[in-house]
Design a protein around this ligand. Structure first.
Ligand SMILES: [Zn+2]
Length: 147
């Protein structure tokens, strides 16, 4: 048996109110939100070189460059960086930047665990297994790997 429908009784759908489009450019807000969130997570630490500065000195860095992607300012593509690293990285692809100094990749694993899986895979690959194990240990003292 199908439940009886009552087309005769027009109540108007108690449905969802038409959603407002929220795709207006809010990058500035998203930026400062992400900045605050990162500062809270890790403190004012550069995700590449571990330099600690005053919070107001830290910059927000796009791990992968924008390249016309619309989602580039998502949180999983942003880290805190010192002005120095930000400047050094400016013209480099993230891959080249990390390979030039693998310690950056190791640091990124530690201070960028919110990044997209793709970026974390990249960082792991460059940092090498020891750095990966270390980052995991730092994140979890009961990490089971002991060799
Ligand atoms: Zn730095």
């Amino acid at each position: 048996m199908t439940p009886p429908r009552r087309p005769s009784r027009k109540r108007g759908r108690p449905g969802r109110p038409a959603k407002q489009l929220t795709s207006q450019p809010t990058s500035r807000n998203a930026y400062s939100d992400t900045r605050q969130w990162l500062l809270k997570q890790h403190g004012p630490v550069c995700a590449y070189c571990e330099t600690r500065l005053k919070p107001e000195k830290m910059t927000l860095d796009h791990v992968t460059p924008r390249r016309g992607q619309t989602a580039y300012d998502r949180r999983d593509n942003l880290v805190l960086a010192c002005p120095d690293c930000n400047k050094r990285k400016a013209d480099l692809h993230i891959l080249a930047f990390l390979v030039a100094r693998p310690q950056r990749a190791a640091n990124l694993l530690r201070y960028g665990d919110h990044l997209s899986p793709m970026l974390l895979d990249l960082a792991r690959e460059i940092a090498g297994p020891e750095a990966v194990a270390l980052a995991a240990k730092l994140a979890d003292p009961d990490y089971p790997y002991s060799d």
